[in-house]
Design a protein around this ligand. Structure first.
Ligand code: ADP
Length: 160
Protein backbone atom coordinates (compact mmCIF):
# COMPACT_ATOMS: atom_id res chain seq x y z
CA UNK A 1 0.00 0.00 0.00
CA UNK A 2 1.45 3.36 -1.02
CA UNK A 3 0.43 5.71 1.80
CA UNK A 4 1.26 9.40 1.99
CA UNK A 5 0.42 11.93 4.59
CA UNK A 6 -0.47 15.54 3.76
CA UNK A 7 0.38 17.53 6.89
CA UNK A 8 -0.57 21.12 7.60
CA UNK A 9 -2.32 23.41 9.98
CA UNK A 10 -5.18 23.94 7.50
CA UNK A 11 -6.45 26.96 9.41
CA UNK A 12 -8.54 26.87 7.22
CA UNK A 13 -8.29 24.26 4.43
CA UNK A 14 -8.40 26.17 1.10
CA UNK A 15 -8.99 25.36 -2.57
CA UNK A 16 -5.17 25.35 -2.88
CA UNK A 17 -4.90 22.48 -0.38
CA UNK A 18 -7.83 20.69 -1.99
CA UNK A 19 -6.22 20.87 -5.41
CA UNK A 20 -2.93 19.40 -4.15
CA UNK A 21 -4.77 16.46 -2.55
CA UNK A 22 -6.93 15.74 -5.61
CA UNK A 23 -3.94 15.91 -7.97
CA UNK A 24 -2.00 13.52 -5.73
CA UNK A 25 -4.83 10.97 -5.51
CA UNK A 26 -3.82 8.96 -8.60
CA UNK A 27 -0.27 8.62 -7.23
CA UNK A 28 -1.15 6.96 -3.91
CA UNK A 29 -3.36 4.21 -2.52
CA UNK A 30 -4.18 6.31 0.50
CA UNK A 31 -3.74 9.94 1.58
CA UNK A 32 -3.95 10.72 5.29
CA UNK A 33 -4.55 14.43 5.80
CA UNK A 34 -2.85 15.28 9.09
CA UNK A 35 -4.06 18.36 10.92
CA UNK A 36 -1.12 19.39 13.05
CA UNK A 37 -2.24 20.34 16.53
CA UNK A 38 -0.20 22.37 18.96
CA UNK A 39 -1.72 22.81 22.40
CA UNK A 40 0.52 25.83 23.03
CA UNK A 41 -0.39 27.66 19.83
CA UNK A 42 -3.73 29.33 19.40
CA UNK A 43 -5.46 28.61 16.11
CA UNK A 44 -8.06 30.78 14.41
CA UNK A 45 -10.54 27.98 13.71
CA UNK A 46 -11.07 25.22 16.24
CA UNK A 47 -9.66 21.76 15.61
CA UNK A 48 -13.23 20.39 15.58
CA UNK A 49 -14.25 22.75 12.75
CA UNK A 50 -11.13 22.04 10.69
CA UNK A 51 -11.64 18.29 11.07
CA UNK A 52 -15.31 18.54 10.13
CA UNK A 53 -14.70 20.72 7.07
CA UNK A 54 -11.97 18.49 5.60
CA UNK A 55 -14.06 15.37 6.20
CA UNK A 56 -16.98 17.10 4.47
CA UNK A 57 -14.84 18.07 1.42
CA UNK A 58 -13.61 14.49 0.88
CA UNK A 59 -16.75 12.73 2.02
CA UNK A 60 -16.94 10.54 -1.11
CA UNK A 61 -13.21 9.77 -1.36
CA UNK A 62 -12.50 6.34 0.07
CA UNK A 63 -8.74 6.81 -0.31
CA UNK A 64 -8.69 9.81 2.03
CA UNK A 65 -8.58 9.81 5.80
CA UNK A 66 -8.38 12.88 8.06
CA UNK A 67 -6.59 12.78 11.41
CA UNK A 68 -5.35 15.16 14.08
CA UNK A 69 -1.78 14.80 15.37
CA UNK A 70 0.25 16.57 17.99
CA UNK A 71 3.98 16.06 17.68
CA UNK A 72 6.51 15.34 14.96
CA UNK A 73 5.21 14.66 11.47
CA UNK A 74 7.64 11.75 11.00
CA UNK A 75 6.25 10.07 14.13
CA UNK A 76 2.80 10.29 12.58
CA UNK A 77 4.16 8.67 9.40
CA UNK A 78 5.22 5.66 11.47
CA UNK A 79 1.85 5.55 13.22
CA UNK A 80 -0.09 5.28 9.95
CA UNK A 81 2.61 3.36 8.10
CA UNK A 82 3.23 6.13 5.55
CA UNK A 83 6.49 6.27 3.61
CA UNK A 84 5.70 9.57 1.91
CA UNK A 85 5.03 13.16 2.93
CA UNK A 86 3.20 15.35 0.43
CA UNK A 87 3.61 19.14 0.41
CA UNK A 88 2.55 21.93 -1.93
CA UNK A 89 4.90 24.58 -3.30
CA UNK A 90 3.70 28.06 -4.20
CA UNK A 91 6.77 30.27 -4.24
CA UNK A 92 10.52 30.27 -3.77
CA UNK A 93 10.07 31.09 -0.09
CA UNK A 94 7.87 27.96 0.28
CA UNK A 95 10.68 26.08 -1.43
CA UNK A 96 13.43 27.25 0.94
CA UNK A 97 11.30 26.52 4.00
CA UNK A 98 10.22 23.10 2.73
CA UNK A 99 13.69 22.16 1.52
CA UNK A 100 15.18 22.52 5.00
CA UNK A 101 12.44 20.50 6.70
CA UNK A 102 12.49 17.77 4.05
CA UNK A 103 16.28 17.46 4.13
CA UNK A 104 16.39 17.28 7.93
CA UNK A 105 13.60 14.69 7.89
CA UNK A 106 15.51 12.72 5.23
CA UNK A 107 18.67 12.76 7.34
CA UNK A 108 16.83 11.53 10.41
CA UNK A 109 14.45 9.13 8.64
CA UNK A 110 15.96 8.02 5.31
CA UNK A 111 13.05 5.66 4.67
CA UNK A 112 10.59 8.55 4.29
CA UNK A 113 10.42 10.56 1.04
CA UNK A 114 8.93 14.04 0.79
CA UNK A 115 7.03 14.78 -2.42
CA UNK A 116 6.21 18.23 -3.76
CA UNK A 117 3.53 19.33 -6.16
CA UNK A 118 3.67 22.82 -7.60
CA UNK A 119 0.51 24.76 -7.02
CA UNK A 120 -1.74 25.61 -9.95
CA UNK A 121 -0.90 29.18 -11.06
CA UNK A 122 -4.32 30.47 -9.98
CA UNK A 123 -3.79 29.11 -6.44
CA UNK A 124 -0.37 30.66 -5.86
CA UNK A 125 -1.58 33.75 -3.96
CA UNK A 126 -4.00 31.82 -1.74
CA UNK A 127 -2.79 31.46 1.79
CA UNK A 128 -4.54 30.76 5.04
CA UNK A 129 -3.27 33.94 6.71
CA UNK A 130 -4.98 36.17 4.15
CA UNK A 131 -8.18 34.13 4.39
CA UNK A 132 -8.19 34.45 8.18
CA UNK A 133 -7.78 38.21 7.77
CA UNK A 134 -10.75 38.41 5.37
CA UNK A 135 -12.90 36.38 7.77
CA UNK A 136 -11.73 38.35 10.81
CA UNK A 137 -12.82 41.61 9.20
CA UNK A 138 -16.18 40.23 8.10
CA UNK A 139 -15.36 39.76 4.38
CA UNK A 140 -16.52 36.93 2.15
CA UNK A 141 -13.71 34.41 1.55
CA UNK A 142 -15.93 31.75 -0.05
CA UNK A 143 -14.21 31.92 -3.46
CA UNK A 144 -11.05 30.58 -1.81
CA UNK A 145 -12.80 27.80 0.09
CA UNK A 146 -13.69 24.34 -1.25
CA UNK A 147 -17.19 23.87 -2.64
CA UNK A 148 -19.90 22.46 -0.44
CA UNK A 149 -18.88 24.19 2.79
CA UNK A 150 -21.24 26.59 4.52
CA UNK A 151 -19.67 30.10 4.39
CA UNK A 152 -21.72 31.03 7.47
CA UNK A 153 -19.59 28.65 9.53
CA UNK A 154 -16.50 30.70 8.65
CA UNK A 155 -16.50 33.20 11.44
CA UNK A 156 -13.99 33.68 14.21
CA UNK A 157 -14.50 31.41 17.21
CA UNK A 158 -14.81 32.99 20.61
CA UNK A 159 -12.59 30.32 22.07
CA UNK A 160 -10.43 27.65 20.39
P1 ADP B 1 1.86 24.61 7.36
O1 ADP B 1 1.49 25.53 8.46
O2 ADP B 1 2.43 23.32 7.81
O3 ADP B 1 2.66 25.25 6.22
P2 ADP B 1 -0.48 24.91 5.75
O4 ADP B 1 -1.84 24.50 6.18
O5 ADP B 1 -0.23 26.36 5.57
O6 ADP B 1 0.48 24.21 6.75
O7 ADP B 1 -0.11 24.19 4.38
C1 ADP B 1 -0.04 22.80 4.21
C2 ADP B 1 0.59 22.47 2.86
O8 ADP B 1 -0.20 23.01 1.81
C3 ADP B 1 1.97 23.07 2.65
O9 ADP B 1 2.75 22.16 1.90
C4 ADP B 1 1.72 24.32 1.86
O10 ADP B 1 2.84 24.70 1.08
C5 ADP B 1 0.58 23.85 0.98
N1 ADP B 1 -0.25 24.96 0.51
C6 ADP B 1 -0.74 25.97 1.23
N2 ADP B 1 -1.47 26.81 0.47
C7 ADP B 1 -1.43 26.30 -0.80
C8 ADP B 1 -1.96 26.73 -2.06
N3 ADP B 1 -2.65 27.85 -2.19
N4 ADP B 1 -1.71 25.94 -3.14
C9 ADP B 1 -0.98 24.81 -3.01
N5 ADP B 1 -0.44 24.37 -1.85
C10 ADP B 1 -0.66 25.10 -0.76
Amino acid sequence: MKITIFPGSFDPFTIGHESIVRRALPLFDKIVIMIGYNANKKSFFSIEKRLKWINQIFDKEEKIEVRVHEGLTVDFCKEVNAKYILRGLRTSSDFEYERAIAQVNKKMHPEIETFFLLTLPEHTPINATIIRDIVFHGGDASMFLPAGLDPKEFKPDEKN
